[in-house]
Design a protein around this ligand. Structure first.
Ligand code: IDP
Ligand code: MG
Length: 155
């Protein structure tokens, strides 16, 4: 199984979408392996968005991501990184497909409701960036055999 990082950004927290977003992952059959609210600061955002620090919109992105607490989640499942990215939709919410989180709830490129890790490698780095030892839990929901076949679980 993979564990991926989801951040419910200030745009999602402020608009009262946290429950709806968590519910989508739960209903899909993904496991919420860790969850907490935190206030992000410039240092962690410069690391997290290192690929964007030279872009003209970076100061605005920083302000936005620090404008309220966020909810960070470690979300687990078979192929969870790709599944969660697909559920998130493309970066600009106006272009995101209906049925995705950004496509259903957003109108903005910047204020796009959620972050989701883009590769298994980055997912491992990002979960470790936002969660301390002991904050991500390794448990098996009692519904697991209704979510996956035995061969999917043992792959
Ligand atoms: P992603 O969140 O879909 O992976 P990235 O390119 O990694 O997209 O960008 C990270 C975040 O930076 C986006 O989710 C969005 O909030 C913001 N962002 C990206 N491109 C733009 C832009 O052109 N204008 C404003 N904000 C942007
Ligand atoms: Mg990204």
């Amino acid at each position: 199984m993979q564990t991926t990082l989801v951040i419910i950004k200030p745009s999602g927290v402020q608009r009262g979408l946290a429950g709806e977003i968590i519910s989508r992952f739960e209903k899909k059959g993904l496991i919420i392996a860790g969850a907490k609210m935190m206030q992000l600061d410039e240092a962690i955002l410069r690391e997290h968005y290192a690929h964007l620090v030279d872009r003209p919109f970076f100061p605005s992105l920083l302000r936005s991501m620090m404008s309220s607490p966020v909810i960070v989640m470690a979300v687990r499942g078979v192929d969870a990184v790709g599944v969660v990215r697909a559920m998130t939709g493309v970066t600009n919410s106006r272009n995101a497909a209906p049925g995705t989180i950004r496509g259903d709830f957003g109108m903005s490129g910047q204020e796009n409701i959620v972050h989701a890790s883009d590769s298994p490698e980055n997912a491992a780095i990002e979960v470790a960036r936002f969660f301390k030892e002991g904050e991500v839990f390794d448990y098996t929901p009692c519904t697991i055999t209704s979510i996956y076949s035995p061969d999917e679980l043992n792959a």
